[in-house]
Design a protein around this ligand. Structure first.
Ligand SMILES: Nc1ncnc2c1ncn2[C@@H]1O[C@H](COP(=O)(O)OP(=O)(O)OP(=O)(O)O)[C@@H](O)[C@H]1O
Ligand SMILES: [Mg+2]
Length: 379
């Protein structure tokens, strides 16, 4: 077990600046999820930590020691890939045993026929078998030991790949989109399993995904990356409710946050279109800003309400709740998330109004930088 420090990492692929001075302190035993859109540099950073890629600047420390000059095999971290990278000709048990055989047996001992006659080999092999069995039982794949990867489901293959990483008792697990080849239902199941595994092993996990839901449900802390930079590193609830930047606000949360142009007048009244919101805002007086309200902060009302007029262009019934997509008369779209009982009153095609909850509104300046103060609403 060890913490991992990423210090000012720079990476270029030819002229492309892929990582722009990325720094992050990951605590010992922490589950950190690196999340960001495709191509932002997540895999590259993970591969640099593992030593599979060389950085152009900066340093990686594992357990306080710089590992930049160490070969991947000496860094004592285990990587689980999206593709699982299993050996197709080896059984499940043998796949999991590979890293232990490489580490505990010498070249002669590994020879297929001769190896077993070398003194001491039998004891080492028995120890490897024990460790492999223990890992398989922990992952619930004990009954699959003689199967080949081709005879396994996606979820089972994924567990074998995790098992192979586990038996090494690495200082840290590095996982690159390990669930992205699974169907939606299994993905949800496996994300709970991986979180549970982390609790049991209490080892540092660095997990890469472009799926914000995966990040939110699994992480102790989420590191949001875009364009080779870390925009925010925080707990899942903080990145959701207190994003530092409009790009973070828009990336985290599903359905997406609603962003609308707004104006703050000289006395602090905030208006969207020609409607003035309740409450007063002390910052950005006289400025054009953008206001972000998550779908649960948007409520639909009848046409005679004070809210912004809109037309419902689509609704989705999810059973316990419903999403309404509205097209505003002033232009732009909003999504409202309400209890499904709202379906008794509103449907696709209806004219309606929307009310934005000022207490949960997030304000951003014209450049997308978060304005920290909130709209003050008298109780
Ligand atoms: N070996 C390489 N040579 C040249 N460019 C590369 C190489 N590897 C990655 N890149 C580029 O670096 C950028 C970051 O790639 P990276 O694989 O780290 O992204 P990612 O965040 O993991 O994306 P995804 O979510 O799609 O896996 C991309 O623009 C990619 O095209
Ligand atoms: Mg990637």
């Amino acid at each position: 077990m060890a913490g991992v420090t990423i210090r000012e990492i720079e990476k270029f692929f030819g002229p492309i600046h892929v990582l722009k001075g990325v720094s992050l302190d990951i605590e010992d035993g922490e589950f950190i999820v690196l999340v960001g859109p495709s191509g932002c540099g997540k895999s590259t950073l993970l591969r640099i930590i593992a030593g599979l890629e060389q950085q152009n600047g900066g340093s990686i420390l594992i357990g306080g020691e710089a590992v930049d000059k160490l070969h991947p095999s000496r860094r004592d971290v285990a990587m689980v890939f999206q593709s699982y990278a299993l050996y197709p000709h080896l059984t499940v048990a043998k796949n999991i045993a590979v890293p232990l055989r490489m580490r505990r047996l010498n070249l002669l001992q590994r020879l297929p026929l001769l190896g077993r006659w070398i003194p001491g080999t039998a004891e080492v092999v028995a120890g490897i078998d024990r460790d492999v069995t223990e890992a398989m039982d922990m992952l619930g794949i004990g009954h699959l030991l003689d199967r080949k990867p081709g005879q396994l489901s996606g979820g089972q293959r994924q567990r074998v790949a995790v098992g192979r990483a586990m038996v090494r008792h690495p200082q840290a697990f590095l996982m690159d989109e390990p669930l992205s080849n699974l169907d939606a239902e299994l993905r949800v199941h496996m994300r709970a399993e991986i979180a549970e595994l982390h609790r049991r092993l209490a080892t540092t996990f660095i997990y890469v995904t472009h799926d914000q839901a995966e990040a939110m449900t699994m992480a102790d802390r989420v590191a949001v990356m875009m364009n080779g930079e870390l925009l925010q590193v925080d707990t899942p609830s903080k990145v959701y409710s207190d994003p530092s930047d409009i790009r973070v606000a828009e990336f985290i949360g599903s359905p997406k946050i609603n962003i609308l142009p707004a104006h703050v007048d000289g006395s602090g009244r905030v208006s969207v279109g020609d409607r003035v919101m309740p409450g007063l805002y002390s910052g950005a007086k006289g400025k054009e800003i953008r206001i972000g309200v998550r779908p649960e902060g948007v409520t639909l009302g009848g046409i005679n309400n004070k809210g912004l007029p809109c037309r419902i262009v689509h609704h989705e019934n999810l059973g316990s709740e419903a999403y309404f997509h509205g097209e505003l008369n002033i232009g732009g779209r909003v999504i409202s998330r309400m209890e499904s009982s709202a379906l008794d009153h509103f449907h696709t095609g209806d004219e309606a109004t929307i009310m934005l909850d000022p207490k949960n509104a997030l304000l951003f300046d014209a450049d997308g930088e978060r304005l920290k103060a909130k709209i003050e609403v008298a109780a």
